[in-house]
Design a protein around this ligand. Structure first.
Ligand SMILES: *Cc1c(COP(=O)(O)O)cnc(C)c1O
Length: 393
């Protein structure tokens, strides 16, 4: 192994690989086991597969290398989903009577966790991500939860500033790093105690598995998170863990193309009179641009914007040919959705969350512009009654 500093792409293709063994594969296949041979005393790393699995070990090492390259003592714990990882931090680090600060514009399942925390006697305070407004409600908190950039509003806060203020008051800091991926942002280097993410999205990028992880600054914090996984049992299957590890090799290739495509789409949308509320942290005119530029290594693959109303947004989504109408984001195939259809996010009816995939940039931009034009035409799908046939909705 070389000790010279290496680039993100080099790190991604090698992340978590074991020392080469003659006649063995580079990345060992998934280990399917519920238990391991254990004669006599309970010892060794692998005993029962709710606690540990060799396939997780390699993936945890890989994610740790990406989240905190070269850092000592960072430990990563993988979970069955992003929400399993989010809940593991929030529920393992606080107890009744503690106060937790959440963003009020975070991932849509976060309020469900907040309600559960309150049912357990934890006080929950919320404030917007933008303007570092969470600083105002930090007083006496046990844990600060940051989501930057936020999903789906793409607001960004100054993570280093918030972490410093929190630590000065003895408050733990967790950052949801789902949208950025560890190639786009390294929360532990910005001062967070926990980098938490859904690996379902850009990290693995193929839309074929659910995964979550928590990277912890030190072993003591990690031990509680690992204990929580043992209690709740929200463990990833070996196949998912192996697929995720396999996908990490292309993380830089995927994210770089997807960021370039997201920027191209955002730039194409910028001048359009039919688009309002355009947000992309990589656009120089965006309110998040400055802070994102300071703390992020890439602005992400998600662009959000608003069309005049629900019907126009639906016409836009139907007119796209290279972009699937689907939730989730960060995959190699572009997706978009009218976010308001779920309820739960404070967004206008015509709000679109657009996730740029790895298509050729010109193809993707052309498809988006053509679909916008089609959506703007006066109800082109209306049937001509004289012809007696109805066009598809
Ligand atoms: C999707 C998402 C999650 C939840 O991840 P799952 O893998 O779907 O459980 C958490 N946080 C953010 C920001 C997300 O986008």
């Amino acid at each position: 192994m070389t000790t010279a500093p290496i680039g993100d792409g080099t790190r991604a293709v090698r992340a978590g690989l074991p020392e080469p063994v003659k006649n063995q594969p580079t990345l060992p296949g998934p280990v399917f086991a519920s238990h391991f041979h254990l004669p006599g005393e309970v010892e060794g790393p692998y005993t029962y597969a709710r606690d540990t699995n060799p396939t997780w070990t390699l993936l945890e090492r890989a994610v740790g290398e990406l989240e905190a390259p070269g850092a000592d003592g960072v430990e990563t714990v993988v979970f069955a989903s992003g929400m399993a990882a989010v809940s593991a931090v929030l529920l393992s680090q606080v107890r009744a009577g503690d106060t937790v600060v959440l963003p009020d514009d975070g991932y849509q399942a976060l309020p469900l966790v907040a309600a559960q925390l309150e049912a357990y006697g934890v006080h929950v305070r919320t404030a917007p991500t933008a303007g570092d407004a969470q600083l105002e409600v930090l007083d006496g908190a046990r844990l600060l939860w940051i989501e930057s950039p936020s999903n789906p509003g793409l607001e960004v806060c100054d993570i280093r500033r918030l972490a410093e203020a929190a630590h000065a008051a003895g408050t733990l800091v967790a950052v949801d790093n789902t949208l950025a991926t560890p190639l786009g942002q390294r929360p532990l280097e910005l001062g967070a105690d926990f980098a938490v993410a859904s690996g379902t999205k850009g990290l693995t990028g193929h839309g074929d598995l659910l995964l979550g992880y928590v990277s912890c600054r030190d072993a003591e914090l990690a031990a509680r998170v690992r204990q929580w996984r043992k209690i709740i049992g929200a463990i990833p299957g070996p196949m998912e863990a192996w697929l995720a590890h396999r996908s990490l090799a292309t993380l830089q290739l995927r994210t770089h193309r997807q960021w370039a495509n997201a920027l191209a789409v955002a730039e194409a949308l910028e001048g359009r009179p039919d688009v309002s509320g355009l947000r992309y942290p990589g656009l120089p005119g965006d309110p998040s641009y400055k802070t994102a530029g300071r703390q992020m290594r890439g602005p992400g693959s998600v662009v959000s914007f608003t069309l005049s109303d629900r019907a126009r947004a639906d016409r836009f989504l139907r007119a796209l040919t290279l972009v699937e109408d689907a939730t989730s984001f960060g995959g190699v195939r572009s997706t978009a959705e009218r976010r308001g259809r779920w309820g739960g996010d404070a967004v206008p009816e015509g709000f679109i969350r657009f996730s740029a995939g790895a298509e050729d940039t010109a193809d993707l931009v052309a498809d988006v512009l053509r679909a916008l034009d089609a959506a703007g035409r006066d109800r082109p799908e209306t049937a001509d009654p004289a012809r007696g046939v109805s066009e598809p909705e």
